[in-house]
Design a protein around this ligand. Structure first.
Ligand SMILES: [Cu+2]
Ligand SMILES: [Zn+2]
Length: 196
C-alpha cells in the first residue's frame, strides 16, 4: 500500500521497455528483412501504455500498405518468430481484444514510424508483456472481421517477418527517441522550406 502511494507521486516510477526487432531466423530468402526498434513507456502501474515503433526494410511497394503488429505469448526466439506462440491472451478473449493487439501500421517508403498511446498492455502486474515477444507480420490484420476462426485468434495477419523480446530498461532509450523525433520533424520542416 505504501509502495503504491509512493509510485503515484514519484515521476521516476515510470516504467520503460525496449524491444530490438530483428528478422525472423526462419525467414525464407525472398522475404523482406525487417528490423528496428519498439519502445514502451508506462507512466505508472495501471496507466495505459505508450509506444514508439520504428521499423525499416519493408519492400518498396506503393505507400498505403499496412502491417500487423502484436504481442505474442512467449519470448522464445529459439525457432525465430515461429516459437513465440499465439497472441498473448491472459483473459481468454477473442482477437482483437488481446492486450497486445496493436493493429495495423502504415508503411511509407519501406518504413513504419509511429507513436501510439492509450494501449491496453502493461509492463507490470500479472499481465505484464515484459519478457514476451513483439511480432511484425507480412500482412494486414483483419481485426476479427475475416469470418473464420483464425480471424478471431490472430487476424489472419500472415507470415511472421520479424520479432523481438520486450525487456525492461531505464528512461534512456525513450528520451533518445523523443529527441530524435524532434530533430526529424525539424529536418522535415527545413527541407519543405527549401522545396518552396
Ligand atoms: Cu501476431
Ligand atoms: Zn490478437
Amino acid at each position: 500500500m505504501m509502495q503504491r502511494q509512493a509510485a503515484a507521486i514519484d515521476p521516476d516510477a515510470a516504467l520503460h521497455a525496449v524491444c530490438r526487432v530483428l528478422p525472423s531466423a526462419t525467414l525464407e530468402a525472398e522475404q523482406p528483412r525487417v528490423s528496428g526498434l519498439v519502445l514502451f513507456r508506462q507512466l505508472r502501474p495501471g496507466a495505459l501504455l505508450e509506444a514508439f515503433f520504428h521499423l525499416e526494410g519493408f519492400p518498396n511497394e506503393p505507400n498505403g500498405t499496412s502491417r500487423a503488429i502484436h504481442v505474442h505469448q512467449f519470448g522464445d526466439l529459439s525457432q525465430g518468430c515461429d516459437s513465440t506462440g499465439p497472441h498473448y491472451n491472459p483473459m481468454s478473449v477473442p482477437h482483437p481484444q488481446h492486450p497486445g493487439d496493436f493493429g495495423n501500421f502504415a508503411v511509407r517508403d519501406g518504413q513504419v514510424w509511429k507513436y501510439r498511446s492509450g494501449l491496453a498492455a502493461s509492463l507490470t502486474g500479472p499481465h505484464s508483456i515484459a519478457g514476451r515477444a513483439v511480432v511484425v507480420h507480412a500482412g494486414e490484420d483483419d481485426m476479427g472481421r475475416g469470418g473464420n476462426q483464425a480471424s478471431l485468434e490472430n487476424g489472419n495477419a500472415g507470415r511472421r517477418l520479424a520479432c523481438c523480446v520486450v525487456g525492461l530498461c531505464g528512461p534512456g532509450p525513450w528520451a533518445r527517441q523523443t529527441q530524435e523525433q524532434v530533430e526529424r520533424k525539424k529536418r522535415r520542416r527545413e527541407s519543405e522550406c527549401k522545396a518552396v
